[in-house]
Design a binder for this molecule. Structure first.
Ligand code: UD1
Length: 404
């Protein structure tokens, strides 16, 4: 089994080029299914397991999709879709596969998808996605581990209110409504940066979406969308976008005593002393992102003082707490809040990546821990981080990947 071996205690310095974000690229890849006349070509696609998985999903739909991980390019020819059924063996690997349902419904008038799997960070229902499809006129049936949706007459624009601003439901509804007849008004949608990225991409394909990134999105259905070439995360774009997208994270880092300088090329992060404890509470964007909660908790374990981490988005996202405690962290869970009392040092030991972001947290803990840390179950990390080891080594970390 592959592991990461980290020798902690090194100061990290230098420059690192950030790869495209997983959560931005996956919905854009799903959107290529809407491209009818021309082939879609995506550049700067990060080399992630989840990208490979969704590419396989597209191939299983009879679409020609090829990912060149070295060149970071993905080519999708969805002019013909051979099948509207996504099997369990692929969907269970990655919950985001469910994002093909909206485009399939729009393109083929039907879709049959195995109930999704993914990270075990909560029950993660899909009721909001399904409510959206139903509002657009689709009929939904659930049984034998599959969800079947059909709209033989096509989808019709309507007004939809989301009870919770779900990222995935917003994306699925945007894609389905892009080809629906008439106008769809989506109220209380997610406002995450990846929603804006997806809407921009759909608009390049010929969709008419306004208001992405705000609390009302208007979509005027177009009868046909076409494949498009796009930089999912071009250099300048990613670098400019970062500070804006990371506002809550940067604010909390500053509060913790970290020096942050933002310029046109990116963000400089400096810290020469122990960080101070801060409280965080996860919220939909522009609140503090749940996907940074575990990494922040790793920082709090060795900060000065006591910090509270409250998770409001997912109900079971504290699995990294036990792993951090094995390294000597002082953490107490009280319902949806973890109380983290800073300790002088963490000590290296064997730990596991309990999910994707928890994996990143264990690596961070390993980088500061005394002695050797071995992180197992790193397939979780591979799902969402492009060459994490290479990037850290470039910054001076002592980390390697071994197979033992
Ligand atoms: C996306 C991200 C994930 C991130 C999460 C929240 C991708 C591929 N994944 O996941 O990394 O942690 O946003 O920022 O982009 N919910 C319902 N009903 C639904 C859908 C969601 O009740 O139909 C609830 C979930 O149980 C959860 C909350 O809404 O408590 C947030 O989920 P959602 O925003 O949908 O997250 P994902 O799109 O799955």
């Amino acid at each position: 089994m592959e592991k990461l071996i980290i020798h902690g205690g090194r100061r990290l310095e230098g420059r690192v080029k950030i790869s495209g974000a997983k959560n931005a690229v996956l919905p854009i890849i799903a959107a290529t299914l809407l491209g009818q006349d021309t082939v879609s070509l995506l550049d700067e696609v990060p080399a992630l397991e989840d990208v490979t998985t969704i590419t396989e999903v597209l191939n299983r739909l009879g679409v020609e999709a090829a990912f060149d991980a070295e060149k970071h390019q993905l080519r999708v020819d969805a002019r013909r879709i051979g099948s509207c059924e996504a099997p369990y063996d692929l969907v269970r690997k990655m919950r985001a596969s469910f994002l093909i349902m909206g485009p399939l419904l729009a393109r083929c008038g039907k879709a049959k998808i195995s109930l999704p799997g993914g990270c075990a960070i909560g029950t993660r229902p899909i009721d909001l996605h399904l409510k959206g499809f139903e509002a657009l006129g689709a009929k939904i049936e659930i049984g034998h581990g599959f969800i079947e949706a059909s709209a033989p007459e096509g989808l019709k624009g309507t007004r939809i209110y989301l009870d919770f601003p779900s990222v995935g439901a917003t994306e699925n509804i945007l894609m389905a409504a892009s080809m629906a007849e008439g106008q769809t008004i989506l109220e209380n949608p997610a406002q995450e940066p990846e929603i804006v990225d997806l809407a921009n991409y759909l608009n390049v394909m010929g969709a008419k979406i306004r208001g992405a990134g705000t609390n009302v999105i208007k979509i005027d259905g177009a009868p046909k969308l076409v494949g498009a070439a796009a930089m999912t995360q071009g250099d300048i774009y990613v670098e400019n976008a970062i500070s804006e997208h990371l506002k809550p994270v940067i604010a909390k880092l500053k509060e913790a005593g970290v020096t942050i300088e933002e310029d046109v090329d990116g963000i400089r992060v400096r810290c020469d002393k122990k960080t101070k404890a801060v409280d965080i509470k996860t919220m939909p964007y522009p609140g503090f992102p749940t996907d940074m909660q575990a990494q922040f908790m790793a920082m709090l374990t060795i900060s000065e003082g006591t910090g509270c981490v409250t998770e409001t988005v997912f109900e079971n996202r504290f699995m990294h707490v036990d792993e951090l405690k094995r390294m000597g962290a002082n953490i107490r869970i009280d319902g949806r809040t973890s109380v983290v009392e800073g300790v002088d040092k963490l000590t290296g030991c064997q730990v596991k990546a309990t999910d994707l972001r928890a994996g990143a947290a264990m690596v961070l803990a390993g980088l500061v821990a005394e002695g050797e840390t071995q992180v197992g179950y790193i397939h979780h990390i591979d799902r969402g981080y492009d060459d994490l080891v290479g990037k850290l080594v470039g910054l001076g970390a002592d980390i390697q990947r071994v197979d033992r």
